[in-house]
Design a protein around this ligand. Structure first.
Ligand code: TMP
Ligand code: ASP
Length: 234
């Protein structure tokens, strides 16, 4: 495997070309941002931890029949994946009220959401990733209605696999953000699944074990990421 030029640099990852035109390498950085990159910092070893957690969860999801971009983990910080054209819609699944949902609608943080809800956000940093409806996705032609129906089905399937997985590890899967991409015309799960785009609460203490510790300056950030790694991969 030869790694080529950098194709893209995001806030937490870089993407590199390989000698195969339909495969890329995701490189996981320690950089952390919040509030549309107004807050910046570093979480020591986050890249290594998120890469390993993503590998474990992508393998789990593939085994459950969810198509993903995962091929294999190449090193501590490098994940070999299928190259996709990302659908510019961030997909958020929520099992418990938290974050922007509590703020926007005045709902009580910690209240259960049953059945889980799925929300769409327009992936556009310049606009601050606004919440959108199906009609906006159609208007802007971000994806077809058929693609959105498939994305919703897959997102709920991911939730159905991950919720019990985390419950068995004494964690509550509060909410998470997914990104999907097109590979040879097929919709597959892309990006990463880690404490960055997910909220996990310890089942007993209800303490955050995710990027909320960085967003809200709760301290013990590295310790929380290490603990998630231990429970997921250990
Ligand atoms: P929210 O409550 O702030 O809308 O976040 C919902 C979930 O999405 C939470 O698990 C964190 C994740 N998320 C991202 O991955 N990227 C983002 O830019 C935002 C705002 C949230
Ligand atoms: N990742 C997003 C950003 O920097 C926000 C977040 O996860 O809170 O901007």
């Amino acid at each position: 495997m030869t790694i080529g030029s950098m194709l893209y640099e995001g806030k937490a990852k870089k993407v590199f070309a390989t000698d195969k035109p339909d495969q890329v390498v995701q490189y996981f950085k320690d950089d952390a941002t919040a509030f549309n990159a107004q807050k910046r910092g570093t979480i020591l070893e986050k890249g290594v931890i998120n890469n390993k957690i993503s590998e474990r969860l992508f393998v789990l999801l593939e085994q459950a029949g969810v198509p993903t971009h995962f091929i294999k983990r190449l090193s501590d910080r490098e994940l070999l994946t299928k190259k996709v054209a990302i659908v510019p819609v961030e997909v958020v699944v929520r099992n418990v009220v938290a974050g922007s949902l509590a703020k926007r609608l005045g709902l009580k943080e910690g209240d259960p959401i049953e059945p889980a809800i799925v929300e769409w956000y327009y992936k556009n940093d310049g606009l601050g990733d606004p919440l959108i409806a199906d009609e906006h996705i159609r208007l802007m032609q971000l994806a077809t209605p058929e693609q959105m129906a498939e994305i919703k089905r897959l997102a709920l399937k991911v939730n159905g696999v991950l919720q019990p997985f985390f419950r068995e590890r004494q964690m509550i899967l509060v909410d998470f953000k997914l990104e999907f991409g097109l590979h040879n015309g097929q919709l597959i799960l892309a990006d990463e699944i880690s404490p960055d785009p997910c909220r996990f609460w310890d089942q007993t203490t209800k303490e955050s074990m995710d990027k909320d510790r960085f967003r809200k300056d709760l301290g013990k950030i590295e310790e929380a990421y290490q603990e998630v790694l231990k429970r997921v991969c250990g």
